[in-house]
Design a protein around this ligand. Structure first.
Ligand code: ADP
Ligand code: MG
Length: 729
């Protein structure tokens, strides 16, 4: 199977993306269209389906799948000059028409005042510019997907047919269509060829302009441009190495990465130190210093090194791949607004058709206008209405919000995140690895020093921040042969007679006077106990490292009226100590929680506080991540936490969450703006067209202006910069 991500030309709103998805669906492919970047992504079996076949399927639906930039025929090369020429001539025709009553005679102007010129122009428009619209409209009909293309086709064809009929009757009445002032002659009936020309040329040009704007915005933003390497250097425990296909790396493998290499997958450093450039993933341009125990991500690149890293996620499941795939999810889990816009878009076009029909009947029978005028007004209604607005408002805005968030270190996994995050009333944080950096310092220990190798050997089997910190601390220590290790989330580890974990895990075991004293003395720290079947043998005391960024983020959240809670599996005394440093209120600290109780605690908090957001990192957080209304996996999070969360923080700084809040608010407001615009525009313009106050050419111009406004407004979100509170202070 092979993944393709290709450009598609000719798409403008949700109707188009659906048409392309339908076309690829004929080949049995599930595809995802990204309307904001004009791209489609799908996985296909190279041996069964050729890209050329897919290109033809898409072409038959009226769009262009670009397989090879150089080979693909750019139909814009034909459309642009024709559209420009038609537009220019039509405009001159209109000027001529306006100047007529003043008897202004300009040489060659007669050329634009006669019907034959416009008959030719309109015919060219229909044949060259119109056909792409007609093809898409007819294809759309087959899938009951009628949108703007259908309305444009109907109005341009109707005005053309009407004009043709009038042209023929004029000739039958003996009026020479080439005559200089034919329209002053008795019995002359005005034709509407210029309307056909204007509709098709303006809308074609408008679409191309929209494409340009999107492309330009795209250039400023390059999505994860670095490809992870195909080969990796595997390091065996005895120090020998082997080159291996990156796809064959397994969790737990140790690989060597040299300076200048791109990391093949996610993991943590086990040897060496270096600077990692993560800009391809998170947009952060400052390189980050990583050393033993630090998490590193695939798709980023090592500036200096070398380092050795242990693989935590295979390449396919690494963050890099999920970012590449995540835009799928974004569309699949649609929010309320997205569903609303889909519904409106689905009913809008049929409604416009009905309004056009009604306005024709009203003009004809109630207002006693002649048939021609009634048809022209109905055509105006068809061309001024802007169904795209509804199909365009949500997808482009939310994709732009997604891009913007990614650039600020947050990956939104589902489309409704924007709508939910802005309603958040309280934020609950896990302590270790989320509020704290996850790097813990060993303050001291008491008991059997000779068992430290056992501690090291056991912790080698865990990815818990405590484990990574202890391994780093015990770097020089030798390792003991031990029995198989079992990890109990939120408690610790077991191996044969040994238990290594929190107080709960060693409950009922006896404690010597010396250890009891140490426990009392260090009660303001995080304690890890090692016991055998009978007694506690060793206690280690650790303290979390807190970053100023966490302190600032909590403060800012509180300033915004969001209540902040902390839940942890750690001891109460120590949890309170940390909470004090973070300015979290004592009553909002929930300690000694098990993974199960974390979820039930969240339910209680939600009853009291309302919409709740949870940020956590470990396997002990999965239930809580699922329970929360909205959940984020922190930077240190493991694979399971990442898959349970609605979003991922891609940077160590917790302040990414603030950026996420700002960006989703901005995106939401943007979507609402688009909606309001779309409604106001249609509500204002359609009646004007019914009343005959909008000539047909103006209708087309207004419609395309509305579309452009919406696209530009939606793309604005992409370059939005969330406020950086800490800088202001
Ligand atoms: P938090 O909720 O703060 O992230 P956890 O629920 O992951 O903490 O863990 C709760 C407690 O269980 C830790 O404070 C620690 O004492 C103990 N623990 C968990 N995993 C381990 C481990 N691998 N080694 C030692 N102790 C552990
Ligand atoms: Mg944790």
């Amino acid at each position: 199977m092979k993944k393709a991500n290709l450009e598609v030309r000719g798409m403008y709103c949700a109707h188009c993306s659906k048409a392309v998805e339908n076309a690829l669906g004929q080949a049995g492919l599930l595809s995802h269209v990204d309307l904001a970047h004009n791209r489609v992504e799908f996985t296909y079996d190279e041996e069964k389906i050729s890209l050329e076949y897919l290109r033809r399927l898409v072409k038959r639906a009226g769009y262009e799948l670009v397989i090879d930039e150089r080979k693909s025929f750019d139909r814009n090369k034909v459309l642009v000059p024709v559209a420009l020429l038609v537009l220019l001539f039509s405009l001159l025709g209109i000027v001529h028409h306006v100047l007529q009553p003043f008897q202004v005679e300009i040489p060659f102007f007669f050329f634009f005042g006669n019907d034959v010129t416009f008959l030719v122009l309109a015919t060219i428009s229909i044949l060259v510019l119109g056909i792409p619209f007609f093809v898409r409209a007819v294809k759309g009909l087959r899938y009951k997907n009628i949108g703007m293309d259908f309305l444009i086709s109907l109005s341009s064809l109707a005005s053309y047919a009407l004009s043709l009929y009038l042209f023929v009757t004029n000739v039958q009445r003996g009026i020479d269509p080439l005559a200089l002032h034919a329209h002053h002659m008795d019995g002359y009936r005005m034709t509407y060829f210029d309307g056909t020309c204007m509709i098709l040329s303006i809308i074609t040009l408008g679409h191309l302009l929209t494409d340009r704007i999107k492309l330009k915005a795209d250039k400023n933003y390059q999505k994860a441009a670095i490809e992870p390497p195909k080969d990796s250097t595997l390091v065996y425990p005895d120090g020998t190495t082997e080159t291996l296909d990156s796809d064959r790396l397994d969790v737990g493998d140790t690989i060597r990465v040299l300076a200048g290499d791109v990391l093949p997958c996610d993991g943590h450093v086990v040897k060496g130190r270096g600077h990692i450039d993560e800009s391809s993933l998170t947009g952060e341009s400052r390189p980050r210093l990583v050393q033993v125990g630090d998490k590193v991500l695939g798709g980023t690149y090592l500036q200096d090194g070398p380092i050795e890293m242990e693989v935590e996620k295979i390449a396919l499941e690494s963050l890099y791949s999920s970012i590449q795939n995540e835009s799928y999810a974004l569309d699949q889990r649609k929010g309320k607004l997205s569903k609303l816009s889909d519904t409106i878009a689905a009913y809008f076009t049929p409604s416009v058709l009905l309004i056009a029909l009604l306005s024709f009947l009203v003009c004809l029978f109630a207002m006693k206008l002649d048939v021609e005028e009634s048809i022209v007004r109905a055509c105006s209604v068809l061309s001024v209405s802007c169904p795209c607005a509804f199909g365009l408002a949500v997808p482009i805005s939310s994709m732009s919000g997604y891009d913007c968030a990614l650039r600020h270190g947050v990956l939104f996994k589902s489309g409704d995140t924007f709508e939910k995050i802005r309603r958040i009333q309280c934020a609950v944080f896990d302590k270790t690895g989320t509020l704290s950096t996850g790097r813990m310092h060993v303050e001291g220990f008491c008991g059997r020093k000779d068992l430290l190798p056992v501690v090291k050997a056991m912790e080698k089997n865990s990815l818990h921040p405590i484990a990574l910190s202890l391994i780093q601390w015990l770097q020089e220590e030798k390792e003991e042969e031990i029995e198989a290790v079992q990890e109990i989330p939120g408690e610790g580890l077991r191996s044969g007679p040994y238990v290594l974990g929190n107080r709960r895990s060693v409950q009922g075991k006896s404690l010597s006077a010396e250890l009891e004293r140490f426990e009392e003395e260090k009660k303001d720290t995080s304690l890890v106990y090692l016991s055998d079947e009978r007694e506690v043998l060793l206690i280690l005391s650790l303290v979390d490292e807190l970053s100023q960024d966490s302190v600032d983020t909590i403060q800012e959240l509180k300033r915004r009226g969001i209540h902040v809670y902390m839940v942890t599996g750690d001891r109460r005394e120590y949890a309170l100590q940390i909470a004090k440093r973070l300015h979290i209120d004592e009553e909002n600290v929930l300690s000694e929680a098990t993974p199960q109780s974390k979820a039930s605690l969240l339910r209680e908090i939600r009853k009291k506080e309302g919409v709740l957001c949870y940020v956590g990192d470990g396997i002990n957080d999965t239930l809580a991540l699922k329970e929360a209304d909205l959940s984020f996996a922190s930077y240190k999070a493991n694979a399971i936490a990442c898959s349970s969360a609605d979003g991922l923080l891609l940077r160590p700084e917790l302040s990414a969450l603030l950026a996420a809040l700002d960006i989703s608010k901005k995106t939401y407001v943007n979507i609402i703006e688009n909606f309001v615009w779309a409604i106001l525009y249609n509500v204002a313009m359609i009646p004007l067209a019914v009343l005959g106050l909008l000539p047909m050419y103006l209708c087309a111009a207004l419609m395309i202006a509305s579309n452009l406004t919406l696209t530009i407004n939606s793309l604005r979100v992409r370059s939005y910069r969330p406020e950086r509170k800490e800088k202001r202070r």
